[in-house]
Design a protein around this ligand. Structure first.
Ligand code: BES
Ligand code: MN
Ligand code: ZN
Length: 493
């Protein structure tokens, strides 16, 4: 087990810890409660900061040892007048955790006293601490460089009570993100469709209603598209339906649908060996949906929401679906399987149809590690956004900027739609290299009726991103904070 992190708040009076951390803005001595801490050292600010070449720039640190009771670190926070975006606070929490871990401190007091330090801002800082602390090292039997003990951080703030409430609320979303990371990082031998469904079922402890549909049921529903992907695997498919009812009784829910391919070999159209191990993360969409449901339930969001995830394993075998096979989706649409590696859209076709048919949602948003082509287009900085609804698209773009999980909108049109027509069936699941992410989106749209809908292609952002201030793990848990933001900012009462 990694070392535990606990975060609590206290007022400015009575700061006492082996390590105290304060902030200073660029070109300024510490102010407010931080000034009081500094003056207890009896050191002259100008002399000390000048001799250490400390200018208060972001990332700079001034480490003072042996003055008074303990150790004092002054962290630079950049320009004082800078109107920092909200997520700068999250990043600040992340770099703060890195500093504390590097200092090998176990008990730390942090003074947060500045004009922008609202309870919501400090909750972001606390979220950043926890997100950066996350490690997936349960399979490491040897861990060099591990700090010896647990870490307890006390945030000294102006309004501890209000800050506690804000931290708890934001903490529910952190837990959702960390759940998504855990699910994505877990190898496929441990997390198959059945095991994933069992993890989702654990959300019932938070008041989420969880149904698990097995293959016989899916067969009865006519999900020939989803089931053909699973048929090559010894491990049976599952469709999980998670419902959170925090809103008005009977009000149409917000619907979230996730691609949950627990491992994608490509099937008979098998993938090359290089980096195939990363395909354990091909359930990143389903993980984000599950994490989001956890976040909404954890903070008792006043909305009705439903999460639907299609869980399958894409394997080659004597029973696997072949190129050229024609299957019938729940909607009645026939699909020619050109490439068995274009399996995500086959799973989502039935999951989307089922969701809109059963729940008549207010909107339907799906997340999927759908195409390598979106990585070619956008790299790892933005996820691809496709939508049939401008209002929903703009809300998502804004939520992405606020949560720092950014989206970039890409087009849909009848001309692209035409490309997915099949010689033998209604549509085909693979077209060829040009506009690969768009033709995949067009395929999904064939299974969406008049509901406002958005598809997020998270192939470049769900895993394998470079380390950030708030993530040192292979998987970022992309999508949970973004969709929680969407719900918070636009759909809560
Ligand atoms: N799971 C992959 C997409 C992917 C690639 C996700 C890299 C994350 C990282 C998806 O199932 C896939 O194989 N897509 C094919 C589609 C093609 C056969 C039309 C692709 O992108 O090559
Ligand atoms: Mn594939
Ligand atoms: Zn896939």
């Amino acid at each position: 087990m990694p070392n535990k992190l606990s975060i609590q708040t206290a007022a400015f009076a009575g700061v006492s810890a082996p390590l105290t951390i304060i902030y200073a803005a660029e070109g300024q001595a510490p102010t407010g409660a931080a000034a009081a801490i500094w003056s207890a050292t009896s050191l002259d600010w100008h002399t000390v900061s000048a001799s250490a070449a400390f200018k208060g720039k972001q990332g700079q640190a001034l480490d003072i040892i042996g003055q008074g009771a303990g150790r004092l670190i002054v962290l630079g926070k950049g320009k004082a007048d800078e109107k920092a975006p909200f997520n700068a606070w999250t990043d600040r929490g992340g770099s703060l955790f890195a500093k504390i871990a590097a200092a090998r401190a176990e008990s730390v007091a942090v003074i947060v006293d500045e004009p922008g330090a609202t309870p919501a801002a400090i909750a972001e800082l606390a979220a950043g601490l926890r997100l950066r602390h996350y490690k997936f090292d349960k399979y490491k039997t040897v861990r060099p460089d591990e700090p010896a003990g647990d870490i307890a951080i006390t945030l000294h703030v102006a309004d501890p009570t209000a800050t506690d409430t804000a931290i708890a609320n934001r903490g529910a979303v952190v837990e959702g993100t960390l759940l998504a990371r855990d699910l994505i990082n877990e190898p496929a031998n441990v997390l198959g469709p059945v095991e994933f469904a069992a993890r989702a079922a654990e959300l019932s402890a938070l008041g989420v209603d969880v149904e698990i549909l097995e293959p016989a049921e899916l067969e009865k529903l006519g999900m020939g598209s989803l089931l053909c992907v699973a048929q090559g695997s010894d491990r049976p498919a599952r469709l999980v339906v998670m419902q959170w009812r925090g809103g008005d009784v009977g009000a149409a829910p917000l619907a979230f649908v996730g691609k949950g391919v627990v491992f994608d070999t490509g099937g008979i159209s098998i993938k090359p060996a290089a980096s195939m191990e990363e395909m354990k993360g091909d359930m990143g969409g389903a993980a984000a949906v599950t994490g989001l449901m956890r976040a909404l339930a954890g903070r008792k969001a006043p909305v009705n929401a439903v999460g639907v995830i299609g869980l399958v394993e894409n394997m080659p075998s004597g029973n696997a679906v072949r190129p050229g096979d024609i299957v019938t989706a729940m909607s009645g649409t026939t699909i020619e399987v050109i490439n068995t590696d274009a399996e995500g859209r086959l799973v989502l076709a039935d999951a989307l149809w089922y969701t809109q048919d059963r729940f008549k949602p207010r909107f339907m948003i799906n997340l999927a590690t759908l195409t390598g082509a979106v990585i070619v287009a956008l790299g790892h900085e933005h996820a691809g956004l496709f939508s049939n609804n401008d209002e929903l698209a703009i809300q998502l773009l804004n939520a992405g900027l606020t949560a720092n999980e950014k989206l970039w909108r890409m087009p849909l049109s009848p001309a692209y739609d035409k490309l997915i027509e099949s010689k033998f069936a209604d549509i085909r699941n693979s077209v060829g290299r040009p506009a690969g992410s768009i033709t995949a989106a067009q395929f999904l749209q064939r299974f969406v009726n008049n509901v406002p809908w958005a598809h997020l292609d998270i192939a470049g952002t769900a895993f394998g991103t470079s380390a950030t201030e708030i993530n040192a793990s292979w998987s970022a848990g992309f999508g949970v904070a973004l969709l929680d933001r969407l719900v918070r900012d636009y759909y809560q009462g």
